[in-house]
Design a protein around this ligand. Structure first.
Ligand code: ZN
Length: 169
């Protein structure tokens, strides 16, 4: 099932998500639906709050479906180590049409559980490091615009408000 993506302005995007406690068939269904929804939206990552579900769950595939081995399920993820710095343009499925340069670590090691509840650790660089930080931020109610200057953030907020007023958001 393809879920519609929740857009900026929805309270669920700015709330702390609840930990995943049950690794059952329902969770595996949700994970499969999240991959399907992410691919349909041409994203490289999707967090559960973006489909209106406040759970600490995200999926990432920086190959956009090209390599099945690149699929990552992050349940209850925690960043445990970061190194270096990178600055690249970033966007978000919940803020369609908006992009901005965001500082992120160049290399990120995180610990998470997979869809069966098994703990694992992984280190990602470049786009994977960026995607991990971006998706984990979502689970704590944080969007990429919170990494921008107040000026840039307000500009985007104003534009979104205008679009919403016109019924285009
Ligand atoms: Zn996002």
């Amino acid at each position: 099932m393809i879920y519609p993506i929740v857009k900026y302005g929805a309270p669920v995007l700015e709330q702390e998500a609840h930990p995943v406690t049950e690794f059952d068939a329902e969770l595996r269904r949700l994970v499969a639906d999240m991959f399907e929804s992410m691919y349909a939206a041409h994203g490289v990552g999707l967090a559960a709050p973006q489909i209106g579900i406040p759970r600490q769950l995200a999926v990432i595939d920086i190959t956009t479906g090209q390599d099945p081995a690149a699929r990552l399920v992050l349940a209850n993820p925690r960043i445990i180590r970061t190194e270096g710095k990178q600055r690249e343009e970033e966007g978000c499925l919940s803020l369609p049409g908006f992009h901005a340069d965001v500082n992120r670590p160049a290399r990120v090691t995180f610990r998470a559980q997979d869809a069966t509840g098994k703990s694992y650790e992984k280190t990602g660089e470049e786009l994977l490091a960026r995607a991990c930080c971006h998706e984990i931020d979502h689970l704590h109610g944080k969007l990429f615009i919170q990494h921008l200057s107040a000026l840039k953030r307000d500009l985007i907020r104003r534009k979104v408000r205008k679009l919403a007023k016109a019924g285009d958001w």
